[in-house]
Design a binder for this molecule. Sequence first.
Ligand code: G3P
Length: 218
Amino acid sequence: MKPLILINFKNYKESVGFSGVKLAKEMFLVKSKKYEIAIAPSIVLLKELSELKQGKVFAQYVDYHMHGAYTGSVLPAEVAEVGGYGTILNHSEKKIPFGVLQNIILECKRVGLKIVICASSLAEVSLMVNLKPDYIAYEPAELIGGDISVTSVKKKVIADAVKIVKKKGFQTKILCGAGVHSREDLVNALKLGASGVLLAHGIVCAKEPKEKLRELLR
Ligand code: G3P
């Protein structure tokens, strides 16, 4: 399986609304034989960008509800129906109580959404691996949004996270994120055994996001 490059759009001015559509189309222009490039736009844009069929689109979050009276909820079934490929869950910026997360995972698996659970410590990695997600993204919260890459200052933690999931023998893979912004960061992540990266501002807020992504994947 090709390493996953998942670009979390978050909610920057550059990545929501009409700017978000423009950014997504730029990301989809970047082709790679070596990497799987995917985006996680705002839920408002998910259907429109999925329908472009130019690349895999993840939600940034979903609830556990099935169809019914759940005002304001984001249904995994609807995300899947309109073409969503998967979802990020438990991001440092949107933490989910473990019991709720268990229910969300069940519903995501029922409707076939790929699951990326974020974990900000090895203890959380050890806890989350038991939910058998497709990926666990190790992202120390203190490095998110900064220019110091997790792959330069948390090498041992990343390697240990890889060991934890491998020891379980499940299919879960490790992504790493927080401060990832260069090809060196990506190469280091893969050398440490990660199966890709989860990144945001390094691409989304770059002057030339398309060129920045191309440079990352060179
Ligand atoms: O979900 C990825 C994100 O939290 C990492 O943020 O801006 O440090 O790449 P950033």
